[in-house]
Design a protein around this ligand. Sequence first.
Ligand SMILES: [Zn+2]
Length: 224
Amino acid sequence: MPRTTSRAILSRPTPENNGRKPRWNEGVREGRARASQPEMSGDSARKEGGGGATAAAQAMRAGDDERWMRLALEEADRAAAAGEVPVGCVLVDVDGRELARGHNARETLADPTAHAEMIAIREAAARTLSWRLEGATAYVTLEPCAMCAGALVHARVRRVVYGCADPKGGAIDTMFGIGRDTRLNHRFEIVAGVLAEECAERLRSFFAQLRTAAQARGGGCGKP
Ligand SMILES: [Zn+2]
């Protein structure tokens, strides 16, 4: 997201997070790297994880997660094409239907809140005529920031699936625990690391091009 400078993203070491968090600036195995279900524990968690039928359902859901994440990546590409930091988001309802999609448009709209998630949330709420997006899943190519994670809490989404972690501003796992913090009145399931390497590569390529352009202009800081 636009919250992070290119230098910080590319060179800043990823903070520790109990060794569980996929880093977007290194190779991360694609797929469902980790899932957490803060509201599920004990018997319900064991029930969820047992049985062949459940395993098949989980595998199917993992495939769905990747499919939706690819759409989010398409949104990230649209952002990059517009000169925006490539982050995309797709919101899907409880029945697996797309509600909305969005990409980072902070520069285009001159709006500090125009993150991919915010745009998608607003569109989904407008379409459904409800601020409650209960049952929805948000697919985001980059770990949401504090603003977007907070908005996802407010929207009451059921799941947040993200690609690569944001070592500078991630608020789901990296810097904060928004989405699993029991002090908040809503929590959501978190799945991290879906197509993480592809999501990270979008960002690496984007900032590499920025550096190349800055060098061509004779500058070294990436600013005109
Ligand atoms: Zn954000």
